[in-house]
Design a protein around this ligand. Structure first.
Ligand SMILES: Cc1cc2nc3c(=O)[nH]c(=O)nc-3n(C[C@H](O)[C@H](O)[C@H](O)COP(=O)(O)OP(=O)(O)OC[C@H]3O[C@@H](n4cnc5c(N)ncnc54)[C@H](O)[C@@H]3O)c2cc1C
Length: 393
């Protein structure tokens, strides 16, 4: 088997890259270790920056997004017993769109099926070789047998735990990592949120958040200890803790509903530099992770592809390798801006287990500045609606 670009991973990054390459007449093969159901139903991110929406529209994936995406124009920050709204859409003339990650993946799978392009599910990649030669190779399992795919380039879109990074020789990569001393209990509930807005709470018992995935589906989060288990959280305990942390007198109280999912997620920042080596290009969670407080993980993965796909086009259509050679440098500028914002939001909104009275007081003062001072609020607004994406040709 040979293809121009072998793509490891059928998450949003890998599928969007394959879609954009197909539009540019470039062949690719997507190898995915999971099965189609697993990939198409994972409950993960839910919010799109305006740049991500524009990109998806530009590559022909805008219709369902327009039909069922829900526009959010303000964020409510709750602390010291009060709500503080930041009207980010009014300040930036841009909005945020709630459109779950599984819908994007579903649109991409549908587009692949319509174009007759098969995704190879249940094909875990075991190793890749020759990334510093003109013909790298990807080895994968199919029905227990090892197969080999040769290619011109490999795109490592294989998430944080994927194997592609391991093909980069020791000493080339610099890894930046920050782990936080708390985690999130993520809750999915069959109930409408009190209003169609994202609400964050910075409470002395810990962070909480109320968001949604559809008009009747709430997505809620509670800060919990890093080694906590979802089994420790009965439904009653979840609702009681959510009410304690989220409800304030000047906002409608949370509405309780049937909980359908609970899971614990660790919080971390992670970046590899560079994001490329030889013929291997890394994108999305494979190259960088953010704590989800800023709602940036999915958006960053799509932003990488808005740079990588046109770089492959420049190579195949004009023989120009410059944009590919500059991919890591270009992508990392945005990646670090997003890391900075996500780390700031994470430290600003959580209660650190060993925080001093001074730091806890100063933390809420920083929140007050960000929500009530025009300069502070504008900085939040511009970062939340999203930094510019590369404009695909
Ligand atoms: C529980 C959870 C909640 C999240 N919530 C949010 C949120 O609210 N907001 C937000 O913006 N972001 C959120 N994120 C982050 C967001 O989901 C990711 O940033 C996004 O999925 C990145 O897309 P990706 O394509 O880079 O990686 P992934 O979606 O991880 O896709 C990588 C793919 O590679 C495949 N793969 C791995 N190893 C192999 C192998 N050996 N062979 C073949 N395939 C392989 C995996 O099966 C996977 O399908 C969340 C993530 C998690 C885990």
């Amino acid at each position: 088997m040979h293809t121009q670009v072998a793509i490891v991973g059928a998450g949003p990054a890998g599928l969007l890259l394959s879609h954009m390459l197909r539009l540019a007449g470039i062949s690719s093969v997507v190898l995915e270790r999971g099965n189609r159901d697993h990939v198409g139903t994972r409950m993960r991110a839910g919010g799109l920056e305006h740049g991500a929406v524009a990109l998806l529209e530009k590559v022909g994936l805008g219709q369902r997004l327009k039909d069922i995406g829900l526009i959010v124009e303000q964020t409510d920050f709750r602390f010291d017993g009060q709500g503080h709204r930041v009207d980010f859409a009014g300040m930036t003339q841009r909005c945020f769109t709630i459109y779950p990650q599984y819908e994007i993946v579903s649109d991409l799978l549908q587009a692949h099926a319509q174009a007759g392009q098969e995704i190879l599910f249940d094909t875990p990649v075991t190793r890749i070789t020759g990334v510093d030669t003109k013909q790298p190779r990807v080895y994968f399992l199919k029905d227990g047998q090892e197969h080999e795919l040769s290619c011109d380039f490999i795109a490592g879109c294989d998430g944080y735990h994927g194997p592609c990074k391991q093909a980069i020789p020791e000493g080339v990569l610099k890894v930046y990592e920050e782990n936080y001393p708390f985690a999130w209990l993520g809750i999915l509930a069959e109930v409408a949120p009190p209003s169609l807005e994202v609400a964050y709470s910075c409470h002395e018992r810990g962070f909480a958040m109320s968001s949604f995935r559809a008009p009747e589906i709430s997505r809620l989060y509670l800060q919990c200890p890093v080694d906590d288990k979802s089994d420790n959280w009965s439904d009653d305990r979840v609702w009681s803790e959510l009410h304690t942390r989220m409800d304030v007198p000047d906002r409608p109280a949370l509405i309780e509903g049937r909980i359908t999912q609970k899971s614990v997620t660790a919080m971390k920042n992670f970046v590899i530099e560079p994001m490329q080596y030889g013929q291997l290009f890394m994108a999305g969670d494979a190259a960088h992770i953010v704590p989800p407080t800023g709602a940036k993980g999915l958006n960053s993965a799509l932003a990488d592809i808005s740079i990588l796909a046109p770089a492959f086009s420049a190579f195949y259509q004009r023989g120009d390798r410059g944009p590919l050679d500059r991919y890591s440098e270009t992508a990392l500028k945005r990646v670090w801006q997003v890391q900075r914002f996500s780390a700031d939001m994470c430290t600003l909104l959580h209660r650190f287990p060993d925080t001093s009275e001074f730091n806890w007081r100063a933390q809420r003062e920083r929140l007050r500045y960000m929500t009530t001072d025009p300069t502070g609020a504008l900085t939040y607004a511009e970062n939340f609606v999203g930094l510019p994406f590369e404009e695909p040709a």
